[in-house]
Design a protein around this ligand. Structure first.
Ligand code: ATP
Length: 232
């Protein structure tokens, strides 16, 4: 069975995430996509993030009608540890934990948008993470998939000749390198971000195009993303 881990902050989950996960599921015959909100996202520690419970609740509501999408507690907070002492959730640890539970015929992918992949070289144990499982890199408006090879940690970066060849192939297909296998998902063009949604909520803007209805209702009910409550 093909399974993908789709990690993120999901503050909140939005239609962009769902479009990416659906496109990946169709193209790579994924039977399960696990949506994994991070308790402490390592790359978003500068700005405050909404409490894990709310983000997980929204992920659950957002994927409720999708048979293959599973809300995951893999990176939930360890409540035995005081909040101030908790460590960020590192993908390498999550992937390794998941792999221990998989069967021989299972194949694990790591699903990621191009904006996040651009920073992959700065991730904790990036080289090891890239060798642990195949990556599916999704296009995102404003970020070119052509930069996928140059975003790799230096040791894994292919020669310019390989990158050139890849560029000619319209950013589709698979880049197999020593130490990393990257599958491209150029089909997604959803210009939606969680940042845009938080702003829209605060300004009382329309949310229907951006969010699953149940998530929009939850945000309203809990009063999330109002300047006075959670965000600046
Ligand atoms: P923020 O605006 O707060 O930075 P975000 O919209 O990027 O949030 P995240 O939860 O940080 O959402 O993203 C989780 C994963 O989903 C990342 O790999 C990100 O690249 C990807 N992703 C999010 N939105 C899109 C989109 N519209 N198209 C493609 N990938 C996306």
């Amino acid at each position: 069975m093909n399974i993908a881990l789709f990690g993120g902050t999901f503050d909140p989950i939005h239609r962009g995430h769902l479009v990416v996960a659906r496109a990946a599921a169709a193209k790579f015959q994924l039977k399960q996509v696990w949506f994994v909100p991070a308790d402490i996202p390592p790359h978003k520690q500068k700005s405050p993030v909404t409490a894990f419970d709310h983000r997980y609740a929204m992920v659950t509501l957002g994927v409720a009608s999708e048979k293959e999408f599973i809300p995951s507690l893999l990176e939930a907070p360890d409540l035995a540890i005081p909040e101030s002492k908790r460590k960020p959730s590192y993908s390498i640890e999550t992937v390794r934990r998941v792999k221990k539970t998989l069967g021989r015929s299972d194949h694990l992918y790591f699903l990621i948008g191009m904006d996040a992949f651009r920073e992959i070289a700065t991730w904790y144990k990036a080289e090891e993470l890239l060798t642990e499982c195949d990556f599916i890199v999704a296009a995102r408006p404003g970020y070119s998939l052509a930069d996928v090879a140059s975003a790799l940690p230096e040791k894994l970066r292919p020669q310019a000749s390989v990158t050139k060849l890849f560029r000619k192939e319209a950013m589709d297909g698979t880049l197999v390198l020593r130490g990393a296998t990257l599958h491209m998902l150029p089909e997604t063009h959803e210009d939606i971000s969680a940042t845009q949604i938080r702003t829209a909520v605060d300004r009382g803007g329309a949310l229907k195009r951006l969010l699953p209805d149940l998530v929009a209702e939850y945000i309203k009910k809990e009063g999330l993303y109002r300047k006075t409550r959670t965000r600046d």
